[in-house]
Design a protein around this ligand. Structure first.
Ligand code: HH2
Length: 313
C-alpha cells in the first residue's frame, strides 16, 4: 500500500507506514452497566484534584470548581472523566490512601450523579479504588499496571470494573533512572503483557482491560517519540490502546512552551496516535483534542471511501 501511495504521489515521494490508518480490533470495552465502543476515538478528560500535578496542580481547589471543569469537558465531548488525588509526575512521593480519598471522594459521588459518562479513578491504591468504585466510579486507571498494590487486581475484579493498565518502571520517585531500553517498543510490549497476565491472574476479564504505553513514565523524549511512531506494534497484545501525551515534557522540549500552552502539540500527538491505532486519549484540553480527532476521522473516512470505490472499479 505504501508503494502505491508513493506511486500516486509521484515525483520521487515515498511513504512510511506511520501515517496509514490502523484499524484495531477488538473495539469493545466492557464497563459496569455499559459497553464503550472504542472503534471510534474516545476522549478521557483529566480532573486532577491535587495541589502539585505537573501542569494543573491546585487549579481546582473546590468541589464546585472541579464539577464546573468536568461539566465543560463533557460539553466539549469528553466520553470519560479520570479523577486523581495523587500526582505521578517524575519525582513525586506517594500520597496515603486517606488523603487521596479526602481529595477525590466528594467529586466522585457528585460526578457519578451529574454526568452520564463513565468515571475513572487514577490511583495505584486498592483501598482508594474500592471506595471510589463503590461511590460510583467504574474504571480504575492504575499507572503501575497492577505492580504497586498486590490487592488492586482483586479490587477491580470484585467490582466488575474497567481497568487501564499503564506501563511504568519503578515508582514516580525513581522512574527517571529506569529509562533505559534496547528496543523500547518491544520491551514496553513485553512488560504490558506481564501486566495483562497479572490482571488475568486476579480474575479481571480481558474485555474490561485497556493498555497504555505510559508516555513520560520511565521514558525520555526519544522513547516517547518512538512509541508514538510504532504504537501499532502494541496492538499485538489484543486490547484497545489508551494514550496520555497531554501537556507532557517531551512536547515542551520540542515546542519550548510551558505546560498550559501545549494543547496544540497534545492534539497533534493524539491525532498521530489515532492513525497508529490508539482509541482512548487522556487529556486536559478536551475541546482541542476532540476537534483534532474529528478532522482526522473525516480524512480517514474519505480515504476509506476512495479505497472502496477503487476496489469496486
Ligand atoms: N499520565 C499521568 C497520570 N496518569 N494515566 C494513564 N493511563 N496514562 C498517562 O499517560 C497518565 C496517567 C500524568 O499526567 P497528569 O495527571 O496530568 O499529571 P500528574 O501525575 O502530575 O497529576
Amino acid at each position: 500500500m505504501a508503494g502505491s501511495a508513493a506511486a500516486e504521489a509521484g515525483s520521487g515521494a515515498r511513504t512510511t507506514p506511520a501515517p496509514r490508518l490502523v484499524v484495531p480490533e477488538p473495539t469493545a470495552w466492557r464497563l459496569p452497566g455499559r459497553t464503550l465502543d472504542v472503534g471510534v476515538p474516545r476522549v478521557m478528560g483529566i480532573v486532577n484534584l491535587t495541589p502539585d500535578s505537573f501542569s494543573d496542580g491546585g487549579d481546582l481547589p473546590t468541589l464546585e470548581a472541579a464539577l464546573a471543569r468536568a461539566a465543560a469537558m463533557v460539553e466539549h465531548g469528553a466520553d470519560l472523566l479520570d479523577v486523581g488525588g495523587e500526582s505521578t509526575r517524575p519525582g513525586a512521593a506517594a500520597i496515603p490512601p486517606e488523603e487521596q480519598l479526602r481529595r477525590i471522594l466528594p467529586f466522585v459521588r457528585e460526578a457519578a450523579i451529574r454526568f452520564d459518562v463513565p468515571l475513572s479513578v487514577d490511583t495505584r491504591s486498592a483501598a482508594v479504588a474500592r471506595v471510589a468504585l463503590e461511590a460510583g466510579a467504574s474504571v480504575v486507571n492504575d499507572v503501575s499496571g497492577l505492580a504497586h498494590d498486590p490487592d488492586m487486581g482483586a479490587a477491580v475484579a470484585a467490582a466488575g470494573a474497567g481497568l487501564v493498565l499503564m506501563h511504568m518502571r519503578g515508582e514516580p520517585a525513581t522512574m527517571a533512572g529506569h529509562a533505559r531500553y534496547g528496543d523500547v517498543v518491544a520491551e514496553v510490549r513485553s512488560e504490558l503483557g506481564q501486566a495483562l497476565a497479572r490482571a488475568r491472574e486476579a480474575g479481571v476479564p480481558d474485555d474490561r482491560i485497556v493498555l497504555d504505553p505510559g508516555l513520560g513514565f520511565a521514558k525520555d523524549a526519544s522513547h516517547n517519540w518512538t512509541l508514538l511512531a510504532r504504537l501499532h506494534e502494541l496492538l499485538a497484545l489484543g486490547r484497545p490502546l489508551l494514550l496520555g501525551p497531554s501537556r507532557k515534557r517531551f512536547l515542551g522540549e520540542l515546542l519550548a512552551v510551558p505546560p498550559a500552552e501545549r494543547a496544540v502539540g497534545t492534539a497533534a500527538a493524539c491525532a498521530m496516535g489515532y492513525l497508529a491505532g490508539a482509541r482512548i486519549f487522556r487529556v486536559h484540553d478536551v475541546r482541542a483534542v476532540v476537534e483534532a480527532l474529528r478532522v482526522v476521522r473525516a480524512v480517514a473516512g474519505a480515504a476509506e471511501a476512495a479505497e472502496e470505490r477503487t476496489g469496486e472499479g
